[in-house]
Design a binder for this molecule. Structure first.
Ligand code: HMG
Length: 389
């Protein structure tokens, strides 16, 4: 019995900062960003959008293609939570007009939790007609001027999970790794993450090795059993480094750096143009792969590595389904990215510093370019969402 990803949709902000503009202000050689970390632009979220509006925007094309009454579970994965009690998915559930006979919860473990959501959903739908909607949505935010700044970004993924998946059937085996480390975290009183950047990259690669060993022990599969690999992408060079590390672990040091980079290249187009999207990142990479791969991936096995700082990680795999291309949102994704508006450095910094009230007073937020939903304001500690005009 197969279960897996039936539909997959990606959404990001209509605004971005070109990293050449950031490099000029920071007095850094722009090639450090474009080549060294492999990023071109970072998506900047306007004040009238948040993780709810992004997630609902990602999900809308999916909800329009299925019977919403079949959706019995909404799992919202994020590390940019807007409330300590209420699940962000409940706001999205209303905006999307989903049925009230539905479960809705939020999950957290840095960038990893969307994968936990996917595995929980697969277990729930297997052998049934039930469907689950996974929303993964985040704003990656560091302090201005620190090394992590050019890896900021934002984005959301919506995935419909079903027992007859039209895109990818998830294999039952998983390699797992959890370890208490302080590589990246955000205490409740902070708006920006605290990060030990170089250490985080080492922990990421170590987690890749541990999860691969566990996965390999269960399946016996090796490097050449995968047609492509898809990684969590904090910045695109990290995925290329991960691919080189995995090849080494599997005894394929003979593969040239260019050949290894080519095996992940199609997964990186959207991340290079948007930056880190934390929980959504691995699945933004998957959408990029399905939208860009020139060869027919049907019947091919893809290796996926999910990493969340702190840390929890998983290596798993999936087989692309016949006819998958007919069920992609490729044109929509490309149009969204092509029609974005560049910001000046000053506009980026102004948006960065715009606060939302924390004392319950009312605020109406100016209208920016958004997707189908916007955060209209706040009143009495409540977020007020509306359909965008
Ligand atoms: P950095 O200052 O960019 O590091 O910070 P660097 O000085 O090592 O430079 C990076 C690369 O640029 C190097 O290449 C340089 O040689 C090269 P490499 O040795 O890696 O091949 N370089 C240049 N190339 C061309 N022209 C030049 C030039 N100058 C230098 N002129 C760091 C990198 C990762 C520390 C920083 O970006 C950071 O702190 N990022 C945030 C943390 C992060 O993304 N960690 C990744 C792993 S943890 C993770 O993925 C989880 C996360 O998503 C959070 C979550 O789970 O929720 C972050």
């Amino acid at each position: 019995m197969s279960a897996g990803i039936d539909l997959l949709s990606f959404y990001t902000s209509h605004y971005y900062l070109d990293l050449a503009a950031l490099a000029a202000v920071r007095g850094i050689d722009p090639r450090k960003y474009t080549v060294g970390i492999g990023q071109a632009r970072m998506a900047v979220l306007p004040p009238d959008e948040d993780v709810v509006t992004m997630a609902a925007a990602a999900a809308l094309p999916i909800v329009r293609r299925v019977d919403p009454d079949d959706i019995e579970l909404v799992l919202f994965a994020t590390e940019s939570a807007i409330d300590q009690s209420k699940a962000a998915g409940i706001f999205a559930h209303r905006l999307l007009g989903l049925p009230s006979r539905c479960r809705s919860v939020e999950l957290k473990e840095a960038c990893y939790s969307a994968t936990a959501a996917l595995q929980l959903a697969v277990a729930m739908v297997r052998g049934t007609r039930r469907k689950a909607l996974i929303l993964a949505s985040d704003v990656a935010r560091y302090e201005l001027g620190i090394l992590g700044e050019p890896t900021q970004g934002c984005g959301a993924i919506a995935m419909l999970v079903s027992d007859a998946p039209r895109l990818l059937a998830i294999d039952p085996e998983s390699g797992l790794h959890t370890e208490d480390v302080m590589d990246f975290w955000r205490p409740n009183y902070r708006g920006e993450a605290v990060v030990d950047g170089k250490y985080s990259a080492r922990v990421y690669l170590n987690a890749l090795a541990r999860t691969w060993e566990h996965y390999h022990a269960q399946t016996g599969r090796g490097f050449d059993d995968f047609h492509r690999f898809c990684y969590h992408v904090p910045f695109t060079r990290m995925a290329e480094q991960a691919q080189a590390r995995l090849a080494k672990l599997c005894g394929r040091e003979d593969l040239a750096a260019d050949a290894l980079a080519a095996q992940v290249a199609d997964t990186l187009h959207y991340a290079r143009a948007t930056g880190n999207s934390y929980t959504a990142s691995l699945y933004v990479g998957l959408a990029s792969l399905l939208d860009h791969a020139p060869d027919d991936l049907a019947g091919r096995r893809i290796g996926l590595f999910s990493y969340g700082s702190g840390c929890s990680a998983e290596f798993f795999s999936a087989v692309v389904q016949p006819g998958y291309r007919a069920h992609l949102f490729t044109a929509q994704h490309r149009r969204m990215l092509a029609e974005r508006t560049p910001l000046t450095y000053q506009q980026y910094e102004d948006i960065f510093h715009l606060p939302l009230p924390t004392d319950g007073r009312s605020l109406q937020i100016a209208q920016y370019r958004t997707g189908p939903f916007r955060l209209a304001g706040m009143s009495e500690h409540k977020r007020l969402y509306e359909h965008a005009a």
